[in-house]
Design a protein around this ligand. Structure first.
Ligand SMILES: NC(=O)C1=CN([C@@H]2O[C@H](COP(=O)(O)OP(=O)(O)OC[C@H]3O[C@@H](n4cnc5c(N)ncnc54)[C@H](OP(=O)(O)O)[C@@H]3O)[C@@H](O)[C@H]2O)[C@@H](O)CC1
Ligand SMILES: Nc1ncnc2c1ncn2[C@@H]1O[C@H](COP(=O)(O)OP(=O)(O)O)[C@@H](O)[C@H]1O
Ligand SMILES: [K+]
Length: 488
């Protein structure tokens, strides 16, 4: 068994791996890690005056090994040991293998260095970085971080103190969630992940819950000769009377991402009937429509007022439909959360999330999404530049495949349409949501390149067919390409 290439290692996973290494294996792992750091640096910088700032734990140990290699290769290196390793510890043994110049006080060396390597603390930081340490690192002109810039919580991307931005961050085995979560993401620079080998026993011990959202994490159903419109899936959308644009955008997105049939029920029926000819528009009571067993998947929320949501949502839930609740269906407070029980997916942006879950919105986004998913019993797609897709069973995907071109009104309706189409195509809720976020991002990237970075929302749906094609091509690939980090 191997560790899935899209796993992101939490500090807890990392500790499981470390315990599987045993003492000898751990020394080899640190040697491998330090060597990888030195190689990544040598590949990017010319030999220069370098200070490696080492902390008391294994992050520091990686730093001592990297210092040793850089010096072997003729670099001018000094170590600044900001905290000594614990007496008689493995880190102390590894630190002794560094025979070069070592200082315990900065004495202006950092400010005068061409390059500073931050080997102070790793991803499992347990308490805030002291002001003294942040002050030392902040003086660096160019900084390379080992594992994470010190002060970053590897699990959540939260900052535990004032953190200096790195140009390059080198991590091991698999990247950390923090590398792709704001605010830490913006401070990591280029991410490199080095393969330092994995003890055989470790794979069974690691129970990964966090993944990078890329094709291969999920499988889209592929077109089949025997397809018919019902096998491709039917999406029904609750029609709005006033904000009709949101409904039409969602409907077009669902059609463009593979739904066999898209129907709008109610709202401004006359207007919908005069919009796109490929839509079916129904003017029957919701109680009637839910009796049709082919209409299992419903999108409820885009463009809807509170009163409209109240007229649709309870009936859909009691009919046992597969529901995506978005926008208008994401009301305020505990009652609104209660009203959502029974839906499969919710897609809040941060404002909607705060409205629904109040104080939970102050937690780091990954924690907030995970807890909200457990609370509602639905997949939570917490939208943003680092969209998080959390399942009630604790799985979380972090999406990087996106573009700021998506920051345009109606873009969320497009996403809701895509998720609905994939649910109707038979994908489970978490996989459908992850895949939809990726397709949405891919369409955004393509539209940005076609329209110089500033596409209107209608441009997104045009890119969805191609986005799906790209995902289908990559989802079976064994060697993952185009990932948002380099491999070493
Ligand atoms: N499996 C892998 O992925 C591999 C990982 N590797 C490397 O191991 C690194 C993780 O090592 P690590 O566990 O020793 O943690 P690290 O941060 O170096 O030190 C913790 C020490 O710092 C202390 N301390 C904490 N916070 C503090 C604060 N604010 N202010 C002051 N002190 C503070 C803390 O004290 P304590 O909380 O115990 O009291 C403890 O003594 C990882 O980042 C990577 O570089 C590779 O070598 C090989 C494979
Ligand atoms: N800077 C950004 N980078 C990547 N994606 C973004 C960015 N800004 C917004 N998005 C995406 O665009 C969509 C906007 O959704 P939403 O705020 O609901 O818009 P609307 O309500 O206008 O349809 C979300 O999927 C979000 O993740
Ligand atoms: K570090």
């Amino acid at each position: 068994m191997t560790l899935h290439p899209l796993v992101l290692l939490s500090p807890h996973d990392s500790q499981s791996i470390d315990s599987a290494f045993g003492e000898d294996g751990h020394v080899r792992a640190v040697e491998g890690a330090g060597w990888a750091v030195a190689r990544a640096i040598r590949a990017r910088y010319a030999p220069c005056k370098t200070v490696v700032v080492c902390g008391p734990g294994f992050n520091g140990a990686d730093g001592y090994v990297a210092a040793r290699w850089l010096e072997v290769w003729g670099w001018s290196v000094v170590v600044l040991a900001v905290a000594a390793p614990k007496k008689d510890s493995l880190v102390e043994v590894i630190a002794r293998s560094w025979r070069g110049r070592t200082f315990s006080e900065d004495g202006g060396r950092i400010a005068n260095a061409d390059l500073v390597v931050d080997a102070v603390f790793g991803a499992g930081l347990s308490r805030p970085l002291s002001d003294g340490l942040s002050h030392i690192l902040r003086q660096a002109n160019r900084l390379v971080a080992i594992d994470v810039p010190s002060g970053v919580c590897g699990e959540t991307g939260r900052l535990l103190g004032s953190v200096k931005k790195a140009e390059l961050t080198i991590s091991f085995i698999r990247p950390r969630p923090a590398h792709f979560l704001e605010p830490a993401k913006a401070l990591c620079g280029e991410i490199v992940c080095a393969d330092i080998g994995l003890p055989a026993d470790a794979v069974n011990e690691v129970k990964p819950r966090v993944f990078l959202n890329e094709p291969g994490l999920w499988l889209l159903p592929v077109a089949d000769r025997g397809d018919h419109k019902y096998s491709r899936g039917v999406v029904s959308i609750c029609g709005a009377d006033k904000m009709t644009g949101a409904v039409r955008i969602a409907a077009q997105a669902a059609r463009s991402s593979g739904a066999g049939l898209v129907r709008i029920l109610g709202g401004d029926v006359a207007l919908y009937r005069h919009s796109e000819p490929g839509l079916i528009v129904d003017d029957v009571p919701i109680g009637e429509a839910v009796k049709d067993s082919r209409r299992q998947v419903w999108l409820c929320g885009p463009g809807l007022s509170n009163a409209e949501v109240e007229a649709y949502l309870p009936q859909l839930i009691s009919a046992g439909k597969t529901i995506l609740a978005d926008a208008g269906a994401l009301g305020t407070g505990a009652e609104a959360v209660e009203a959502l029980r029974g839906v499969s997916v919710i897609t809040p942006h941060m404002g909607e999330f705060r409205r629904l879950f109040g104080a939970l919105a102050e937690s780091p986004r990954i924690e907030a999404a995970r807890q909200a998913a457990q609370c509602v019993g639905a997949v939570v797609v917490l939208k943003g530049s680092d969209t998080i897709i959390a399942a009630p069973d604790g799985r979380v995907a972090i999406n990087q495949h996106a573009s700021p071109a998506l920051a345009t009104a109606g873009s969320g309706d497009t996403l809701a349409g895509i998720v609905s189409a994939l649910l109707a195509g038979g994908m489970p809720a978490w996989e459908a949501s992850c895949a939809a976020v990726w397709l949405h991002g891919d369409a955004g990237i393509a539209a940005a390149s076609e329209y110089g970075g500033w596409p209107v929302v209608e441009a997104l749906e045009k890119g969805l067919g191609r986005a799906r094609q790209r995902a289908e091509k990559h989802q079976n690939a064994k060697n993952y390409k185009n990932l948002p980090f380099a491999r070493l």
